[in-house]
Design a protein. Structure first.
Length: 292
C-alpha cells in the first residue's frame, strides 16, 4: 500500500493547513509523522484517509486516488482516540460489529485478544469509557482492522504508561506477523522512536524532511568532557543545547563529524554519544529567531 503525495494543499478558508507537500511512502513500514501542534498532521492524515478533498495536488494510495473511492478507502484505517463510526450509546460489542462490516480484513479473534490485553469489556458502552479506555479501544479498532494502510493519530492519548507500552508491543508484534503500512502521529517521540523506520517531519503545513530514523539520528551528537575542551571542540558547530556540572560540560550538536573532527575529539578525551530523536525534532522545527 504505497502512498504518493504530490503538491498537496489543504485550505480552510484563508488558512492553509497543508502547503504544496510532496513525498512518497513505501509499503510495509512503520512511519512516524511528527510535527508541533497546528503543523497540519491531522489535516494530512484526513486527506490520506479520503475524509477530505484536497484543495490542490494529488494523493494516491496503492496507485489510486482516495477521495470518494470506496475501493481505495476500504484498505485504509484512520483512528483518532476511538473509531469515528462508534456512537457513545453503543456497546463495545456493537462498535466492533460495525467495524467488521467496513473491513474485509477485519480479524475478530485478534480484536478479542486486544480487548483482553487492555482489560475492556464487550458489554461496556463507549460513552462510559475513560479517556484511556477510549484510546485503548481506538487502538483495538486500528490494529484489528489489519488495513493495508493503518494510521493512528495520537491514538494513545490518555493511556497511562503501562498501557502505552502494551500498545507498542502489540503493534510491533502484529506488524511482524502481518506487515502493512503504519503511519503514527505522536508527541511522545522517544517512546515510539524504536518502532519508527522512517520519520516525516512537517511544520507550518510544509514538509521539513522525510528520512530514515537511523540516518536522522546520526546527525546529532552529544559531546561531553572538560568544559574548556568541549567549548573549543564545538566552536563553529551548530549547538542545540548545553549543560554544565562543575568542570564537566555536555553539548548537543547538529551535524555529522568528519574523520579529522573525530580524531580531535579522541585526542581531547571527549566522549561522543547519540542524542534523542526528540531533541533533533525540536531543533528542526524551532521557530526562526528562537533558541532553546
Amino acid at each position: 500500500m504505497r502512498v504518493d503525495v504530490t503538491g498537496l494543499t489543504v485550505r480552510y478558508g484563508d488558512v492553509t493547513a497543508v502547503d504544496d507537500m510532496s513525498f512518497s511512502l513505501e509499503s510495509d513500514k512503520i512511519y512516524g509523522l511528527l510535527g508541533r501542534n497546528g503543523s497540519g498532521k491531522t489535516s494530512l492524515m484526513s486527506v490520506l484517509a479520503g475524509y477530505r478533498k484536497p484543495s490542490g495536488g494529488t494523493v494516491l494510495v496503492g496507485g489510486e486516488p482516495v477521495f470518494e473511492n470506496r475501493r481505495a478507502t476500504a484498505g485504509i484505517s484512520l483512528v483518532r482516540h476511538v473509531a469515528d463510526a462508534a456512537d457513545k450509546s453503543d456497546k463495545i460489542s456493537e462498535a466492533l460489529t460495525y467495524a467488521a462490516w467496513w473491513r474485509d480484513s477485519w480479524d475478530a479473534r485478534y480484536a478479542d485478544e486486544l480487548l483482553e490485553l487492555f482489560k475492556l469489556s464487550r458489554d461496556e458502552k463507549i460513552g462510559a469509557l475513560s479517556l484511556g479506555q477510549r484510546s485503548a479501544f481506538g487502538v483495538t479498532i486500528g490494529l484489528a482492522s489489519r488495513a493495508p494502510l493503518t494510521m493512528l493519530d495520537e491514538s494513545h492519548l490518555g493511556m497511562d504508561t503501562p498501557t502505552r507500552y502494551k500498545f507498542y508491543d502489540a503493534l510491533l508484534q502484529d506488524f511482524m506477523r502481518n506487515p502493512r503500512t503504519f503511519i503514527l502521529s505522536t508527541h511522545l517521540i522517544e517512546e515510539l522512536a524504536a518502532l519508527l523506520e522512517e520519520v516525516v517531519i512537517i511544520d507550518g503545513g510544509k514538509l521539513v524532511l522525510h528520512e530514515e530514523t537511523d540516518s536522522l539520528r546520526s546527525r546529532g551528537i552529544e559531546v561531553t568532557g572538560v568544559a574548556d575542551d568541549v567549548d573549543g571542540f564545538v566552536a563553529g558547530l551548530t549547538v542545540l543545547s548545553e549543560k554544565t556540572l562543575g568542570r564537566t560540560k555536555s553539548a548537543m550538536v547538529y551535524g555529522s563529524l568528519d574523520d579529522e573532527q573525530l580524531a580531535a575529539a579522541r585526542r581531547a578525551g571527549l566522549e561522543l554519544g547519540p542524542i534523542a530523536l526528540q531533541d533533533l525534532f525540536v531543533h528542526l522545527t524551532e521557530p526562526v529567531g528562537e533558541t532553546r
